[in-house]
Structures are given as C-alpha cells and as structure tokens.
Design a protein around this ligand. Structure first.
Ligand SMILES: Nc1nc2c(c(=O)[nH]1)N[C@H]1C(S)=C(S)[C@@H](COP(=O)(O)O)O[C@H]1N2
Ligand SMILES: [Mo]
Length: 511
C-alpha cells in the first residue's frame, strides 16, 4: 500500500515533467522555424524582465553578472518543471485540472508572445504547441497508468516502469528538439547580424526613376515595391542562412574555364543598378505575385564571359544552396539585357528571405526559370541534358514572361462614391514593354488609359483613367498591349504550365 502511494505520486509527476519537457522543446523548435522571435522561453523571459521591479533586476545582475539572462532562463526552467510535476499530481487526482494548468501555461506564453513589440502573426503558435503537447502527452501517459495493459492486467508494476520509461523518452526527445532550435536560431541570428553590418559597394551605373513613373494614386501599387511588401515564393521551409564569408559561386559544366567567385571577388567588380519587375509564373489573372525593385549586382553576362561557355551550351542551370534549380536559356543571360547576379534590393543587402547574400534577377523570364535565391552554382549545360526544379513537376522548361495587367483601384468589391472616380493599375511584360492599356466598363467600348512614364521595358508601368461613376453595380476590365503589338487575349488559361492569360475583371458597387 505504501509503495503504491509513493508510486502514485512520483510517476504522475514524472510523466507530466516528461510531457512538459517534450512540449517545451517542440515549442522552441517550432519557434526557430516559424517565428524565431516568439520562442516560448525567450518571450516569457522577456516578459519577466519587462515586469520585474528594478531591485529584482539589480539583484539578478549582482548575483549572476552577465550570466543574469542565463540564470533567468534556468530559473524559468526549474519553475516550469515544478509546476509540471504539480500539474501531473493534479491530473492524477482531479482530472482534467492538470491538463488545464498545462494548456493554461501555453496560453499565457501565447498571450505574452502576441503582446511583444516584434510579434508577428505566427507568434502565438510556439507556445500553443508547447502547452498542447504537454497536456496531451500527460493525459495519454496517465491514462496508461490508470488502465494497465490489457495483455497483462495484473502486472501494474510493468505499466509503471513503462510509463516511467516513456517519460524518459519524452525528456530526451524534448532536449533534442531544444538543441535543434538552438542550432537553427543561432545560425539565423549570426547571418542577420552579418547582414545588418554589411555595406554595399556603390553602383558604377545608376538608374534615375523619372518622377512621372509614379502616379501617386491612393491604393495603386507604388512603382517601386518596398522589400517588406515584396511577394515571397520559394520551396524553403526553413530560410537558408548563408554567410557571405563562406559563400561562393562555382561556374562549371560546358565551359572552357571553370570559375569560382567568392564574396570579396564579387563586390570588387563594377556594380550595376537595374530596376526590374519580378513575376511569378503562378501569378493568376489579377494576382499580386509580382513586384518591382531596384536591384544592385554584377551582370551575369560578365561572369559567364569569364567561364567561356562552349558552342554546344544552350542553358544555365542555376543551383541554390537549398537544392532548388532554375533552367535559364544561356542567351537570356548573355544578351544585352540587365540579367544580374544581385546583392542589393532597394538600397540594402538582399533580405534573407529574398536570397541573401546573392540571387539572380533576369528581366523577361519568370522567377521559377531565372531568379534563383541563395545561388551558389551556375551549371552551364543543355536543355536536352538537364532540367530545373519545376520542369518535371508540370511547368514548362522555358518561362518567358507573358503580357499581364491588373486593376488596383478600385479594389474588387469596393463601394465607390458616384461621380468623379479613377480606375488605375499596373501592366507589364518584362523586357518587352507595354505600349498601351485599355479599360472597359461593363460591356461598353474599350477606352485608352493614360500610361505613366515607364522606367524601362523591364519594369511594370502604372496606368489610370478617369471614370464618371454612376449608381449601380459595375464590372471593370482591362487589357494591355505590348510594344511588340500583342494585345492581351480574353482567353482564360490557368498559370500551369507557362503562365496565366485573360483579362482581369473587378466588380464594384457605386452608390
Ligand atoms: N532557392 C530558391 N530560389 C527561388 C525559388 C525557390 O523556390 N528557391 N523560387 C523562385 C520563384 S518560383 C520565384 S517567383 C522567385 C520569387 O522571388 P521572391 O521570393 O524574392 O519574390 O524566386 C525564385 N527563386
Ligand atoms: Mo514563381
């Protein structure tokens, strides 16, 4: 009887401690992946630092010196384990109150995470995962303890030992997850610090954006897209963290001279500025997977010239450090267009999620066949010998950008005041250029819109047209014409395999 009583205290406590270590470790790992600033430990620690009175902070610094933060985290961990043990006892005696306590801890972490200054939309997730896993695993382990194995119902000792062993496994798995999170997030911290300290070389050639390129209409996409608003598309679940100090680019394959370029070599070359619009092939009619930036970098033409591709080569397979590849026609990288090995975006080093430290940008080609981020290798080859990441997945091996346009103002579903209104948007076919945009209201005649000044054929162009809006429901359509004389077709096709076609359409209510 005594033996059974001590077991019935110790084992439920141990089970909940194991479950909580597992939950906390997974919470840290999830944070490192989706929301590095929302690690449950660091938000709770940060929250405690914020609310601690000055005397407590001073005492901590006196006692632990620069180890004060480590001491705080150890303190939180010890407190957490004590609370977890008590929650295990509570769950054993008065279910489901132990679970409620563990979920409650997760909710507290989530609320603290959401109220921190740098909170993102995913900031509550890590703490919810931590609390949820702790509660669920505690409940599962205690259920096993309550209902011993049906195979050997009499042998409750075996069950207890089994639960104890599972708790140990949970502790180890939690510790492993926590270690993984440390490895992931220390890499991220290091690279973002390197990026923040980096100074870009001055451009040898710059682009003047004419004032008339920006119509300045409310709700219209600005002609240069701020990096923070730039769409992001890639296959990287964890954003690659590449330190310029260890980065290199190898140019090899069908070349006379293999070339290896390091960061210092790259920044020593003359840097060219190019304003170019980048489009995703997945951009549907009227979609927003498109943006324009001021890129800084070295023409790929110059890099490839050093390697001297052989006559049989017709493709460059660019490789990212994460295994992604893009197949670009060799010609598009060596003709007179501004195809760049880019290091800068809008005057700053590339944002890490946009390819830091080096990516490609090629006007005229969709991103999936040209815009390799975190690029480390240019393999000069042939289309009949190699293929890019998306080609065997149902996308065309070549991806010249199609002519597209979009209505930004008014927004779809907007309520517009009757009278003087404006319809405005953007249109592009990078490296071809747009010569006109027309607008159709309901089933009326197509009317020419006014184009803003294009920065170049490589960028989108804003357009607008005044509209006397009359009460009722209206459908607005637009279509662009390229400098090559092609007008956007009405025929709707989906993005796969080589880009969507069709006229964008917006329905609004005028009152
Ligand atoms: N390494 C890597 N680079 C990549 C991709 C990717 O999945 N991995 N996606 C490409 C695609 S499909 C597009 S549209 C552009 C998007 O670039 P952005 O995220 O900077 O807007 O990056 C390209 N470069
Ligand atoms: Mo894309």
């Amino acid at each position: 009887m005594t033996r059974s009583t001590s077991f019935s205290r110790g084992i439920p406590a141990a089970a909940a401690i194991g479950a909580t270590v597992l939950g906390a470790g997974l919470g840290e790992l999830v944070a490192a992946i989706v929301a590095p600033s929302a690690s449950p430990f660091s938000v709770i620690g940060g929250g405690m630092i914020d609310i601690a009175p000055a005397w407590a902070k001073n005492l901590a610094i006196d006692l632990f010196g620069t180890g004060d933060k480590a001491a705080l985290l150890v303190g939180i961990a010890v407190l957490l384990l004590v609370v977890a043990g008590l929650a295990g006892l509570l769950e054993w005696r008065r279910p489901p109150w132990g679970r409620v306590v563990l979920v409650g801890l997760g909710v507290v972490g989530a609320v603290v995470a959401m109220t921190r200054a740098d909170a993102g939309t995913l900031s509550p997730v890590p703490s919810i995962v931590a609390g949820g896993v702790a509660a669920i695993v505690t409940a599962l382990l205690l259920r096993r303890l309550r209902r011993p194995s049906t195979l050997a119902p009499a042998d409750t000792g075996l069950t207890r030992r089994g639960v104890l062993a599972l708790s140990g496994v949970a502790v180890m798995a939690g510790a492993l997850a926590a270690l993984g999170s440390v490895a992931l997030s220390s890499g991220a911290r290091a690279v973002s610090a390197v990026r923040a300290a980096l100074r870009l070389p001055a451009p040898a050639t710059t682009v003047d954006v004419p004032a008339a390129a920006e119509l300045g209409i409310d709700g219209l996409s600005p002609v240069i897209t701020p990096a923070a608003d730039f769409y992001r598309i890639d296959t990287a679940l964890v954003v690659p963290q590449v330190d310029p100090a260890t980065w290199s680019l190898r140019v090899h394959g069908l070349v006379e001279q293999e070339v290896v370029l390091r960061w210092d070599d790259l920044v020593a070359l003359p840097q060219q500025e190019t304003v170019a619009t980048l489009v995703c092939v997945s951009n549907g009619v009227g979609g927003d997977l498109v943006g324009t930036a001021r890129w800084l970098g070295v023409p790929l033409r110059d890099i490839l010239a050093r390697a001297r591709p052989t006559a049989e080569a017709d493709m460059v397979l660019s490789h990212s450090i994460d295994g992604f590849t893009a197949s670009s026609p060799l010609e598009a990288l060596t003709d007179d267009r501004d195809a760049l090995l880019a290091i800068g975006m809008n005057g700053e080093p590339l944002p890490i999620e946009h390819g830091f430290p080096v990516r490609m940008v090629v006007p005229g080609l969709y991103g999936y066949v040209s815009a390799t981020k975190w690029v480390t290798e240019l393999e000069v080859t042939r289309f009949d010998r190699a293929e890019g990441y998306w080609t065997p997945r149902g996308w065309s091996e070549r991806g010249p950008v199609k002519l597209q346009s979009r209505i930004d103002v008014p927004r779809a579903g907007a309520r517009v005041a009757a009278g003087d209104a404006v319809i405005a948007g953007v249109a592009w076919q990078t490296h071809v250029g747009v010569s006109g945009v027309e607008v159709q209201i309901d089933d009326g005649p197509w009317q020419p819109a006014t184009l803003a000044t294009a920065i170049s054929a490589d960028t989108w162009v804003q357009w607008s047209i005044p509209w006397q809006a009359t009460a009722g429901e209206h459908t607005l359509r637009c279509r662009a014409t390229s400098t090559a004389g092609e007008t956007q077709t009405e025929a709707r096709t989906p993005p796969a395999p080589d880009g969507a076609t069709g006229w964008p359409e917006v329905r609004v209510t005028v009152a």
